[in-house]
Design a protein around this ligand. Sequence first.
Ligand SMILES: [Zn+2]
Length: 195
Amino acid sequence: MPHYTKTPWTLSVYDLLHRAGEMREHSIEVVVPERLGEGQVAVQAGAVLDLDVRLEGLHDGILVSATVTGTATGECSRCLKPIAEPVEVDIAELFAYDVDEAFDYQVHEDHVDLEPVVRDAVVLSLPFQPVCRPDCPGLDPVTGERVEDIPDYQPREGVDPRWSALAGFQAEAPADTARADTERADTTSKPDESA
Ligand SMILES: [Zn+2]
């Protein structure tokens, strides 16, 4: 009987314990219990990750190397269309026997828990601003409609009503400049008056 809580991420290393030089390989499928990632795309709960794992016994612990593949799903950051992104990450971490060692992970009794290692690697690999395609035109800023769904879409170049007063101001600018020139001319004439 194992003395640990078995999860989809735990792997027995019983037959490798303190056997430096021994090696085992496993191909496992993990049905993700909790979503990996908080961004616009994530590996969702219930999705399957394939782990090709190699376990190697070392003197200090067990070296776990794995290639993790799967699919992240979510929304395009520009047009909000559902998208799927392939995930493929490699991990390599030493799980130490000794809890006092300066390693992030430990062998717990006769197993290793891959969850934190896989989670960190997968989450780091996810794009911050995923797009359905590199030239996705996004949403119309006024109506919020998906631009690629609008036939003959014309980008809006009309002037915002709030700027119409400014347009009038610009038209008067040359007159202001002329007045400033006149004032400057008056100033230069003053020394003559005092003389
Ligand atoms: Zn898009």
